[in-house]
Design a protein around this ligand. Structure first.
Ligand SMILES: [Zn+2]
Length: 365
């Protein structure tokens, strides 16, 4: 064998080695408002239900890689969800209240577009409105996060393969004077399905929403009726629609951990967190099938409520304390498992997460 051929083989093997270490299927779960206390409270609640004092694991508690992530925005220590979503989606700090618009006015591009261009199928899903802050950060840009109509109008231009949530917020605009956004979306080539079983293998450009008369957010886990759409079902549907030879990236948000913590409803927040963990479990089952090709990351955009677990009420096994009805500026946990999960261990900033996802997937950020 001549030297050139040996060199060629060495380079080929090294390339294959690097390729083999890249995840093909990537899940990014965002528990909106899910700080360490929200996770600990859910674990304690499950333990208490079994009459033990302890921390019963959630699906992601046992993930081998754990990190911590700072959440401040460009103009405040306490971020809002749209600035945090931009950090997690595009890797830039921006001012609160905006989506993918930099402090100097530049439009930022979420990594979902780069991954789409690289051939990955893309999914964006939430338990709240699909044009709400966190999902918007992964497909839209707006100087005002409350510009729901213009955010929704941008959805079909992404060309992404799967969207899911409760519905659209303000589908006819704030003043109810715009054309129904559902028609616009359908005319742009998307199919809106209202039954999660209809989001099937081989379908593309699917938007999965709950029944039309149920509003723009899913009911909370504690209020849910048997036929209501759930985040675990959305996760299953996302996998069915997105699984393909080229791979996929999907962001799934548990949006109402935040809402229930805004209103300081501890038990409702605990149920939301348990439900979010059940959705992660669906991804874990997928990971067990493809352990050498899957990466799962679970994190939060910020903590909400300044929640604590205390024992001020003697009649309860544990009680909740709150310091605010808003968000707080504490770092939030990151849990990761699968191919290149080691990239998500240790202390980092929220802007590092999309950069590390790109690094894991071999894409230039
Ligand atoms: Zn919030």
């Amino acid at each position: 064998m001549n030297k050139k051929l040996i060199l060629y083989l060495v380079i080929l093997l090294a390339t294959l080695q690097v390729y083999a270490q890249q995840p093909k299927y990537v899940f990014l779960f965002i528990g909106d408002g899910m700080g360490l206390t929200q996770v600990s409270a859910a674990e304690a609640f499950l333990s208490d239900r079994d009459n033990i004092i302890g921390n019963k694991y959630l699906s992601f508690s046992y993930f081998p890689v754990i990190g911590l992530c700072t959440t401040f925005s460009a103009d405040a220590y306490v971020t809002c969800s749209s600035a945090a979503a931009t950090a997690l989606a595009s890797g830039f700090k921006i001012n609160n209240g905006m989506v993918n618009i930099s402090p100097s006015g530049d439009t930022l591009r979420p990594i979902t577009y780069k991954l789409r261009d690289a051939g990955y199928k893309i999914g964006v899903a939430t338990t709240v409105g699909i044009n709400h802050a966190t999902p918007a950060g992964f497909y839209a840009a707006s100087g005002k996060r409350s510009d729901y109509y213009s955010i929704a109008e941008q959805l079909p231009h992404s060309g992404f393969n799967f969207f899911a949530g409760g519905g659209f917020i303000s589908p006819k605009g704030k003043k109810e004077d715009r054309a129904d956004i559902h028609e616009y979306i359908t005319n742009a080539g998307y199919t809106i399905v209202r039954n999660w079983q209809d989001a099937t293998v081989g379908k593309d450009k699917i938007i999965l929403f709950q029944a039309e008369d149920k509003g723009d957010a899913l009911p909370t886990a504690i209020q849910r009726k048997p036929d209501d759409l759930t985040l675990p079902q959305i996760t299953e549907a996302a996998i069915r629609v997105l699984e393909n030879e080229q791979g996929f990236f999907v962001m799934l948000e548990g949006g109402q951990i935040d809402w229930t913590c805004h209103s300081n409803e501890g038990v409702t927040a605990v149920h939301e967190t348990i439900d979010f963990a059940a959705a992660v479990q669906v991804a874990v089952e997928f990971y067990k099938k493809y352990p050498k090709e899957t990466l799962i990351i679970v994190t939060a955009d910020h903590e909400t409520g300044g929640m604590s677990i205390n024992d001020e009420d003697d009649d309860l096994p544990f009680d909740f304390g709150w310091t605010t009805k808003g968000h707080t500026g504490v770092a939030v946990p990151i849990y990761a498992i699968g191919v290149r999960s080691e990239l998500f261990g240790g202390k980092m900033d929220n802007t590092d997460i999309p950069k590390r996802i790109c690094k894991a997937m071999g894409i230039n950020d």
